[in-house]
Design a protein around this ligand. Structure first.
Ligand SMILES: Cc1cc2nc3c(=O)[nH]c(=O)nc-3n(C[C@H](O)[C@H](O)[C@H](O)COP(=O)(O)OP(=O)(O)OC[C@H]3O[C@@H](n4cnc5c(N)ncnc54)[C@H](O)[C@@H]3O)c2cc1C
Length: 378
């Protein structure tokens, strides 16, 4: 393996994982982050067993597993508390876990030496020739690298340069999230989702008796009505949902509720342009319906590192492109489909959807996400 000088743009989950793995395997890595700190705004995250299995050969896997809460199934109910189906999580050799986003980020940070993370460096543009890329930052800094990893998220500057027409696509719904300390309405390895005409409400166990909750409601992009939503508005909105939902919202503090409109991007044809590689949300932002966005970013990082350890750089990038474009396209499209079905609001369509969910076996539901376990990592 030839040691390379590598820049990673973005210190999110994708960027830090990639930087940590490439540094661990002997590369000269620098991370550039536009913000002036690494603090995270976030609540809970699901990390699939597919992701932990991929990460297993590397040091950071252990700590992530230790901090995670094993999750074994997800129960789907209607807003009237009628049982619809159960999704049994594929375990293989690893657990599916839930984890605080901040905790995950803290773990990833410890795998990249502090002096290699450059804050307040917003990438402005790049120029590349056959085997190097020159980076220009808004603060006037310029530097040349053998390889640049664009892990700069949904609104990636580098993706815009390579694919000017690839813009975030609004999914049609908005999402609120929070974390509370409250007794679980079900056992600590089971998540619950309630689907009703007013939206979806999810209750997900975290470690140490905490609960991560989220809800989605159909809305216009940047809908002003929801921008001013606070705890009492959510309580009123979901007051016809089961008691479990109302109890969670009652336990939520007035502050600390996160709100985001939901986006993905249309699948790209390639993640590689010369010596620039797109990774994570920059490459394949997906809606959160499968809980796989961060997980797929981690899988990208593992695949790229595995390949760079074994192959000359051009062959490694070609193979990364071939494996990751195809796999993440399936995640984007499947996740979009789940979101569409979950946000249905006409009474007739809800009736048909719920009937279909009730008659499907739990096994057939799990089969639909089986492909997640089959990602090739080199
Ligand atoms: C409501 C919701 C729930 C979710 N739930 C889950 C879940 O359960 N499981 C899961 O796996 N995923 C989940 N996700 C998805 C997950 O959060 C993302 O897929 C993941 O954070 C992407 O990581 P990333 O590193 O690619 O991008 P980001 O986390 O967006 O990081 C990008 C970084 O790049 C920096 N940056 C941007 N532009 C520049 C620039 N020009 N120069 C320098 N730095 C720059 C940003 O400041 C940021 O720090 C969820 C997402 C949402 C919205």
């Amino acid at each position: 393996m030839k040691k390379m000088k590598i820049a990673v743009i973005g210190a999110g989950i994708g960027g830090l994982t990639t930087a940590g793995l490439l540094y661990q395997t002997g590369h000269d890595v620098k991370v550039y982050e536009k913000r002036n700190n690494l603090d995270q705004v976030g609540s809970g995250l699901g990390i699939g067993s597919n992701v932990l299995k991929a990460l297993k050969p590397y040091k950071m896997a252990y700590a992530i597993e230790q901090e995670g809460q094993p999750l074994r199934k997800m129960e789907l109910r209607s807003n009237l508390n009628e049982f619809l189906n159960t999704l049994k999580m594929d375990q293989n050799d690893e657990e599916n876990i839930t984890i605080h986003r901040n905790v995950l980020h803290e773990i990833l940070k410890t795998h990249v030496p502090y002096e290699r993370i450059h804050l307040d460096h917003k990438l402005k543009e790049t120029k590349q020739n056959a085997d190097s890329v020159r980076l220009y930052f808004e603060n006037g800094v310029e530097e040349q690298f053998d390889l640049v990893i664009a892990a700069d998220g949904l609104n990636s500057t580098l993706r815009k340069q390579i694919y000017p027409k690839s813009t975030p696509k609004y999914a049609g719904y908005t999402c609120f999230r929070g974390v509370v300390k409250e007794s679980l309405p079900i056992d600590k390895h089971t998540a619950l989702e309630y689907w009703g005409h007013k939206g979806r409400f999810g209750i997900v166990p975290l470690k140490d008796d905490e609960i991560y909750w989220f809800c989605t409601m159909t809305a216009k992009e940047n809908d002003l009505q929801y921008k001013s939503f606070e705890k009492p508005h959510l309580q009123a909105y979901f007051n016809q949902f089961p008691e479990e939902v109302r109890k969670i919202l009652d336990a939520q503090e007035e502050t600390g509720i996160l709100h985001h409109d939901i986006y993905d991007i249309n699948p790209l044809k390639s993640f590689v342009s010369g010596r620039v590689v797109l990774l994570g949300d920059a490459a394949h932002a997906t809606t959160p319906n499968m809980g796989q966005g961060a997980g797929q970013a981690i899988e990208d990082a593992v695949t790229l590192t595995n390949l760079m350890n074994e192959k000359p750089i051009d062959a490694a990038l070609n193979r990364y492109d071939k494996l990751r474009v195809k796999h993440t396209k399936k995640v984007i499209l499947k996740s979009r489909k789940i979101g569409k079905s979950g946000q249905v609001s006409s009474t007739l369509k809800i009736k048909l959807r719920n009937k279909a969910l009730k008659t499907k076996s739990s096994k057939s539901l799990s089969k639909k996400v089986k492909f997640l376990q089959k990602a090739k990592l080199k």
